[in-house]
Design a protein around this ligand. Structure first.
Ligand code: SUG
Length: 457
């Protein structure tokens, strides 16, 4: 690669993938509570998407799952004795807390961190801030290990700057890249960073949803802009429409997606939508003074009359990946739920036939992740890398034909094909999961990133 690229780092689904109904406001999660899951199929579905993107000639990376059950967190919460006793006590006294400590939610790496490419930062390095995810307990226990993993995948201070998560408090709720998009002409250019928040933490008079929580706060996004040393003239903030959060749009990436000069979104995505469009257009145009014609900022807005918000949330049309296949062409990657909805599939047919950069659709069966509200875009963290930064990235984490075969075999060997809530207290699951992860850190050459691998435990 001799050009700056956008790499997608997908989260590998962990061996404890299950449906525990942990995410109020995420309709699929609530709806599928207690349905038996299939961790093996989930992991293979994710790997198939990674391999397909690699085969398209794109740079595809893998981020590992976390250690689950998270016995250390259970111990901090007062459950004691051997690992077996900790699980048994938690299962008996607090099954919901046990389920939270078993969630494989780190697979949704769009929530792992916010990433700013080196072209946008004063230091000229790529900046990473793990998301504190403090609006959901099962996700609030992710950021520390996520930070360690990101350092193992993007090592060295010459190219990469790693920040700790923003102070984990409800005032600074941060959900990472699911609420962040970057617009640019070429990936290597200085971009316009777009931060979408759900509420103002320090001003109760501002609009906010009434039924479901707004997870991202303006104040967390502002802190990231400061820490990442972004140019405020190329930074745009927008508030999510509280009405759609109440309809199940728990992250902005459920209603909008952007790539290069294209924003694809629903007409109800943002508060004061016309003003948001104006700010984006003017920030984009002032960044690229000579931009005109086909490279001008392009907004593809889907009206409610064509696709209702409810249908968008069900099909995850906007939780798609927009991938550049050439300087002017893009492919949209959607979950198979978009194909099975007649209206959405007709919309997509029209979209690729009309005059805009999106001219191909690729469909993936991601049912296991979708049942928990995680579509194609949730499963990936985008990292824009120059050739030097890509060379400095941990090469063992980059997808190729061999890694795909190795990881499929690894999944076949270690994963169960059925998991229910009752299974979460099975002490064998701890051993199975640790054995698998220990082997994985070898495959991905990560070093001892997990608590169970620490010598002084
Ligand atoms: O945080 N679901 C995840 C889905 C995350 C989707 N990510 C993006 N939109 N980027 C969440 O709500 C459900 C777990 C359960 O119920 O078992 C869950 O955590």
């Amino acid at each position: 690669m001799n050009k700056t690229v956008e790499a997608n780092f997908d989260g590998l689904v962990g061996p404890t993938h299950n449906y525990a109904g942990l995410s109020l406001g995420n309709i699929a999660s609530t709806h599928n509570q207690s349905v038996p899951s299939n961790p093996k199929r989930a992991a293979l579905q994710g790997l198939a998407k990674m391999k397909a993107l690699h085969d398209m000639g794109l740079v595809q990376g893998v981020l590992p799952p976390h250690e689950r059950p998270d016995v250390d967190t259970l111990r901090k919460l007062g459950f004691s004795g051997s690992d077996e006793q900790v699980l048994a006590e938690a299962a008996q006294q607090a099954p919901k807390i046990l389920a939270a400590c078993c969630s494989a939610s780190t697979m949704w790496t769009a929530n792992a961190a916010t990433v700013s490419p080196s072209a946008d930062t004063t230091s000229g390095t790529v900046h990473f801030t793990p998301a504190n995810l403090c609006s959901k307990f099962h996700r609030s226990i992710e950021h520390e290990i996520t930070g360690k993993i990101l350092k193992a995948v993007f090592p060295g201070e010459e190219h990469f700057t790693h920040h700790p998560a923003i102070t984990p408090s409800s005032h600074f709720g941060d959900e990472g890249a699911a609420n962040h998009t970057r617009f640019c002409r070429d990936y290597g250019d200085k971009g316009v960073e777009f931060f979408v928040y759900g509420r103002h933490s320090f001003d109760d008079a501002r609009p906010a949803p009434t039924k479901f929580p707004a997870r991202q706060t303006l104040e967390a996004s502002q802190a990231i802009v400061r820490n990442h040393q972004l140019n405020t003239r190329r930074t745009v903030f927008a508030q999510q429409n509280p009405e759609v959060i109440d309809q199940g749009v728990f992250h902005n990436d459920v209603i909008a997606v952007g790539n290069r000069h294209v924003l694809f979104c629903h007409e109800k995505a943002f508060l004061n939508q016309a003003q948001v469009y104006n700010e984006l257009r003017s920030s984009y145009r002032s960044s690229y003074r000579n931009t005109c014609g086909r490279d001008d900022f392009c907004i593809i807005e889907v009206p409610e009359s064509q696709i209702r918000v409810e249908t968008a949330v069900k099909s995850y049309l906007f939780n798609s990946q927009l991938l550049s296949t050439s300087d002017h062409d893009m492919t949209i990657v959607v979950p198979s739920d978009c194909q099975s909805d007649r209206q959405v599939s007709a919309y997509l047919e029209g979209l690729v036939a009309s005059d805009n950069p999106i001219n191909d659709v690729k469909v993936f069966d991601l049912r296991q992740s979708m049942n928990n509200g995680g579509g194609p875009a949730c499963l990936r963290l985008r990292v824009v890398l120059t050739p030097e930064e890509l060379a400095a990235t941990n090469q063992a984490c980059l997808m190729d034909d061999n890694l795909y075969v190795t990881l499929c075999q690894w999944v076949e060997k270690h994963y169960r094909d059925r998991l229910t809530e009752a299974d979460l207290a099975d002490p064998a699951l701890v051993i199975e999961s640790r054995t698998a992860l220990d082997e994985l850190t070898g495959i991905l050459q990560l070093g001892p990133v997990y608590p169970f691998q620490q010598v002084n435990r």
